[in-house]
Design a protein around this ligand. Sequence first.
Ligand code: COA
Length: 188
Amino acid sequence: MPALNEPVVPAGSWSSGPQPQIEGDGLRLRPWRAGDEAFLVGAYADPAIQRWHTFSLDDEQDAAGWIERANRKWLTERGADWAVTDGENQLARIAFRTLDLEYGDAEVAYWVAPQARRSGVASRAVTVLADWAGKAGLHRLTLQHSTFNEPSCGVAQRCGFALEGTAVRALRHADGYHDMHLHARLLD
Ligand SMILES: CC(C)(COP(=O)(O)OP(=O)(O)OC[C@H]1O[C@@H](n2cnc3c(N)ncnc32)[C@H](O)[C@@H]1OP(=O)(O)O)[C@@H](O)C(=O)NCCC(=O)NCCS
């Protein structure tokens, strides 16, 4: 079937190289690696992270499986996952929950460990990743959060993601369906 449009980013152009380490604004975004297990188990035990991400990790073995799956995403070009650090300590997670190189878009997802919150880690990490994604050829990033998640709405607004609308009863959390704010930022 002949394509009528060129892909925004040619297939294979990201996965042919290793997942990059991205630096900026005092943060380092790097692939997850062995040694991150205890941090992940601790973070996913946090009630706020459980509330918005709907799962936990039983132990470090469980976390090792999570790391393996997170790193495999880069090879599929359907997502990508980074640990956010200050160069030394793990602070947060940032990811492309979805990624479509042909269309040139991705959905950003994140959480910040409780001890690292309220110092701009999420906002800086989203901005650093968005800048990188623009240089890597993406056209548009989206971001979704429950309408009850005001801190996440603050992150979206601070990072230039315009509110495009509300998807009604769009995502099921432990306490039932939530309305979701849909935000987006154009990169080109
Ligand atoms: C939401 C979350 C990622 C914010 O991370 P953070 O690093 O603390 O955020 P920042 O410091 O970059 O702050 C961003 C904005 O949110 C505000 N904010 C942060 N935490 C807040 C809180 N608990 N209550 C109200 N506002 C808050 C900040 O004041 C800032 O708003 P401003 O630009 O108007 O000043 C973090 O609280 C978190 O991981 N929560 C649990 C998991 C989660 O909600 N993930 C996102 C799912 S969509």
